[in-house]
Design a protein around this ligand. Structure first.
Ligand SMILES: [Zn+2]
Length: 133
């Protein structure tokens, strides 16, 4: 991945910015350059999601890639944003609390770091919207 593309992606992850088609009113995350429904007639504009959504399904990951070992086990969920798009993200909460339909909101968390260059990767994770059940 090229450097500019990396940072663009980073910015999108950080701000949860996707796109919205003004013609068919559909929302997209990750952002798309062209509306798959309207094609050339679509009117694509950037859209910042409010970060609220709910858990569609989840899994608890016990083994992960080398860089993520210290984070295991962790919860990986498919989140449906209020505006409609779905994305896969980590959910930070007690494992006994996670459930389908749980309301969550995005939170800015560090995903990992590359030791040699000292580069830190940031990304969106999700936390429970209400901590009190
Ligand atoms: Zn469209």
């Amino acid at each position: 991945m090229s450097v500019p593309r990396f940072w663009r992606r980073l910015k999108n992850l950080y701000n949860l910015i996707g796109t919205h088609c003004e013609k068919c009113k559909e929302y997209y995350y990750p952002p798309r350059n062209m509306c798959p429904r309207c094609r050339r007639t679509g009117v694509i504009v950037p859209f910042k999601f409010n970060g609220k959504g709910e858990v569609v399904t989840y899994t608890i990951v016990h083994s992960a890639a080398k860089d993520y070992v210290r984070h295991t086990p962790y919860i990986l969920a498919i989140i449906k944003l209020e505006e409609g798009p779905r994305l896969t993200s980590q959910v930070i909460c007690a494992h006994e609390d996670i459930h389908i339909g749980m309301k969550v909101k995005s939170a800015f968390r560090r995903l990992g770091e590359e030791s040699e260059k000292g580069m830190i990767y940031y990304g969106t994770k999700f936390i429970p919207l209400e901590t009190v059940k």
